[in-house]
Ligand binder design. Sequence first.
Ligand code: SF4
Length: 325
Amino acid sequence: MRVGIPRTLSFFTLYPLLKPFFDGLGVEVVVSPASNKALLDEGVKDTVNDACVPIKLFHGHVVALKDKVDVLFMPRIISLDGKNTLCPKFLGLPDMVKYSVSNLPEIIETRLDMKKGKMEIYRFLYRVGKRFTDNKVKILRAIWHARYKFSRYRKLLLKGLTPEEAFTCLHTGQEPPHKEQSGQIKLAVLGYPYTIYDDYISVGLLDMLREQGVRVYTAEMVPEEAMKRMSKKLPKNLFWYYSNRVVWGSQYYINEQNIDGIIHVTAFSCGPDSMTNKLVELEAKQHQPKIPFLTITVDEHTGEAGVATRVEAFVDLIKRKKGII
Ligand code: SF4
């Protein structure tokens, strides 16, 4: 039995839980290739016009997998933290894909709603496991193994590893590389993990910044206690899980980490980002001294040259302000 997992959207959050879980069940996991132009073009053909680029890309990943696997894993994720929901496009993802892409294999669209309590993640895995085996002990062992790997993954991200680097460490059992960052300025690069860490969508932004002598910090590097502290600062939080993490991450870096600037990577036609972007910008501008702020909006036409020019100008401006150049 081969189960297909698209390499985008919740992949960057849940894959380190799902891979060891399916391994424990003896189910082969097939992941779609890294995002590229052909996948996006395929997704654009199949998706409704006004969808955001990550959703279009998701459809491309599904097309890349559909003839190579027996089932596609596409859970209906309602909440990941028990408080906030995911954006409506996430909620309707299995339906959107079923009605847009033809000749699909069976889809596992098990619901995950952490508002049902902390144990829901285990009940979710158990329900998924029952699709593959009736052996309860095997499922419980696989859940235990997955839980251990997942908590290690979270720790690796806090050390500054990217998801891909952390996957490699988990997979090979290697010790994480020493990630002491060097660079003269510190920038927070905030956005959803599926835009920031997908090198095709973000046109390699993180590497681009590091090559310019920038120490890069993301929302995934913020400790969970700090996220909770920041969530209590606003009179009201947003509804959406990933958007809140961007806002809380910006507050942490602005107010507690003496950051030199913020880059917000936002997807064109993302509804939640229209509010998230404004909130982060206001937070940066209200701080004394003001924190330089840049928005990079990505869509299917985003080119590396355009982003590189804006990012270089932004970094130079901050270096000049600090008297480095
Ligand atoms: S949060 Fe925005 S970018 Fe992410 S799936 Fe929803 S609409 Fe798209």
